[in-house]
Design a binder for this molecule. Structure first.
Ligand code: ADP
Length: 460
């Protein structure tokens, strides 16, 4: 096992990795930007190295500085977390070239899955259903021909896309022609790659994803699914496990499909296969995330498995010491992402000082956060403040615990998305387990009205 791991990240995920290290008797090295000198992950780590200026491009994304930090501190392995360099195949290769173990999947799989058009064709070859669609489409006439043949709506997606960016829906040919050009321009600007492809746009699907873990000896297991249908502009806000729409039979089939894909591409480490689950119960591959995800805790809560420790173990070459039949999903877990943003003002990010922070507690509540009282939220990074995870014997208990936990939670000094979560947790569609990816759009006026009432009653 490793003696020392460098964590190439910040925020709650850096702490999550360091906590796993501490439980395993592994020392951790933090890297940080000049703006993060007082960050909790820096205080928590055994050692820390400043790798550059405040902006991510000059610090958390600066590969030579990170490699130098690993060399200076004598770390043996590098954990990238999520975001930043986690899905950067070149970084994975550079780590290996410099004799650091990359705590993640093989670089060539990261590269292949990072290109969505390639990922689609590899998935099809593995016999896993993908949303009906095209390969790369180089001109608008071909796009229109395909869309007219399959019928509208369709979605234009950037092959290099991620984080919900570079996607445009078209409901008719005129819109397709307009959005095709817009999508290519947008993709070129955002990703330096203007390749796009088309998919049939499913009108009312759920986002259901399967957690995987593979070792370096060819074993891949799945850990059930997460439902991440509550999204805003294709970004997840609430995740839960299991999905209210998935029964044992479907779980088995989706899990088997995800494992088949992972085995076909020679996957090891933690990863996630994202599917769209259609109203008729069909599911289609959407993409594979070759990293640990933000929402991994809900899976940990319902399976009792520590994915982060396992991810480190398999990177060190240890085999997974149990079988698929040992993975049992028990109870229900929900995660709310608390962001420093104002849900009443279209979720505008609001970095600032947290004058006072109080964490919720009690049975079935887990908090993954990097904030503390008097912490200045830097404006340079994402707005995630905390993940509140509630676990209960069933969905109703998990919901009740989440409501209680959110009400206990105090972030004084800046607006957060907490009131929004409280609204969702009272929404009849959500409570019925019927939310699809259209939920936020469809329930928007109810949710906004609820937020207004909540704000008035809090002022009073
Ligand atoms: P990204 O990598 O940018 O997150 P994804 O391919 O994972 O993009 O898609 C993000 C979200 O966009 C999905 O969770 C879903 O809500 C929506 N989406 C993507 N493709 C489709 C589709 N073909 N039909 C309907 N919704 C889609």
């Amino acid at each position: 096992m490793f003696k020392k791991i460098l964590v190439a990240n910040r925020g709650e995920i850096a702490l999550r990795i360091m906590r796993a290290c501490r439980e395993m008797g592994i020392e951790s090295v933090a890297i940080h930007s000049a703006a993060d000198a007082n960050a909790l992950h820096v205080k928590y780590a055994d050692e820390s190295v400043c790798v550059g200026k405040a902006s991510s491009a000059e610090s958390y994304l600066r590969i030579p500085n990170i490699i130098a930090a690993a060399e200076i501190t004598g770390a043996e392995a590098i954990h990238p977390g999520y975001g930043f360099l986690a899905e950067n195949a070149e970084f994975a290769e550079i780590c290996a070239e410099n004799d650091f173990t990359w705590i993640g999947p093989p670089a060539e799989v990261i590269r292949a899955m990072g290109d969505k058009a390639t990922a689609r064709s590899m998935t099809t070859e593995a016999g896993v259903p993908v949303v009906p669609g095209t390969g790369l489409v180089d001109d608008v006439e071909t796009a229109a021909e395909w869309a007219n043949g399959c019928g509208y709506p369709v979605i234009i997606k950037a092959t290099a896309g991620g984080g919900g960016k570079g996607m445009r829906v078209a409901w008719d040919e005129a819109e397709l022609r307009k959005n095709y050009v817009a999508a290519r321009t947008e993709a070129g600007a955002a990703f330096g790659n203007d390749g796009v492809y088309l998919e049939k746009y499913l009108v009312n699907p759920r986002h259901v994803e399967v957690q995987l873990l593979g070792d370096r000896h060819g074993k891949v297991l799945h850990f059930g699914e997460r439902d991440c249908s509550v999204q805003r502009r294709h970004q997840k806000l609430i995740e839960e496990a299991p999905s209210p729409a998935v029964n044992d039979d479907l779980r088995g089939r989706m899990g088997e499909a995800a494992v088949r894909l992972a085995a076909a591409v020679g996957y090891h480490s933690a990863g996630t296969v994202e599917f769209l689950l259609d109203e008729d119960g069909s599911f289609y591959f959407m993409e594979m995330n070759t990293r640990i995800q933000v929402e991994h805790p809900v899976t940990e809560m319902v399976t009792g498995v520590d994915l982060m420790k396992l991810m480190i173990r398999v990177a060190a070459g240890e085999p997974i010491g149990f079988d698929q039949s040992d993975v049992v999903v028990e109870g229900h877990a929900i995660e709310c992402r608390i962001n420093a943003e104002n849900p009443e003002r279209d979720f505008m990010p609001c970095p600032g000082r947290i004058l006072y922070y109080h964490a919720p507690g009690g049975p079935g509540v887990r908090v993954d956060t990097h904030v503390y009282s008097d912490y200045q939220v830097p404006p340079h990074y994402d707005s995630l403040l905390a993940k509140i995870i509630a676990h209960g014997k069933d969905r109703a208990e998990a919901v009740a615990r989440m409501r209680r936990a959110l009400a206990e939670c105090v972030f004084e000094g800046l607006p957060t998305s907490t009131p929004f979560h409280l609204e969702v947790l009272e929404n009849p569609v959500f409570l019925a387990g019927a939310a699809t990816t259209r939920f936020l759009e469809e329930e928007s006026s109810h949710l906004q009205e609820g937020l207004r009432v909540r704000a008035i009653s809090e002022e009073g």
